[in-house]
Design a protein around this ligand. Structure first.
Ligand code: FES
Ligand code: FES
Length: 162
């Protein structure tokens, strides 16, 4: 089948089998390799993309669901000021990146703050972060990063703290 979708703000077409995973379409069809093939079972988040405005695991999305969808990969998101907010928040909270877990960590944090620019309690943030795995960062540092990014974004957008 030929699939049409919007990928990183451009209309694209690709020939694929209906059950080919989105991660394979991205990596092999479009040479977009920021989403990594980790567990391929929906547990690690390394394959995350923004799919129809929600963070989603591309290893769980079959080709037939991609028709008419809107996808933003980390490569596309990396061109935004929102991405810079996240890197600055990581630096403030001592959170590292490794190239493997980045799509999950960065796009999940963006999804948390898109939903709630003033993040909720520590417990709520930890619940939102459940879908990603980073072996080298304590959960508390990830919570601190979400809070730091929220502050940085509020200052960039409104010139004040969140
Ligand atoms: S590779 Fe998709 S969640 Fe792990
Ligand atoms: S920084 Fe990527 S797994 Fe921890």
């Amino acid at each position: 089948m030929t699939i049409a979708c919007t990928l990183n703000h451009e209309t694209v077409h690709i020939q694929t089998a209906p059950h080919t995973r989105l991660i394979d379409l991205l990596r092999e069809g479009f040479s977009l390799t920021a989403a990594k093939a980790g567990c391929l079972t929906g547990d690690c988040g390394a394959c995350s993309v923004i799919f129809n405005r929600t963070v989603a695991k591309s290893c769980l999305i079959p080709g037939f669901r991609v028709q008419d969808s809107t996808i933003i990969t980390l490569e596309g998101f990396a061109k935004t000021d929102a991405y810079k907010d996240i890197l600055n928040g990581f630096a403030a909270a001592g959170v590292v990146t490794c190239g493997y877990c980045d799509s999950g960590k960065i796009l999940t944090m963006e999804a948390i703050l898109a939903k709630k620019p003033r993040p909720g309690s520590r417990k709520e943030i930890l619940a939102e972060l459940r879908g990603i795995r980073c072996r080298c960062t304590e959960p508390e540092s990830l919570v601190a990063a979400v809070l730091a990014i929220a502050d940085i974004r509020q200052r960039r957008l409104y010139g004040r703290r969140g």
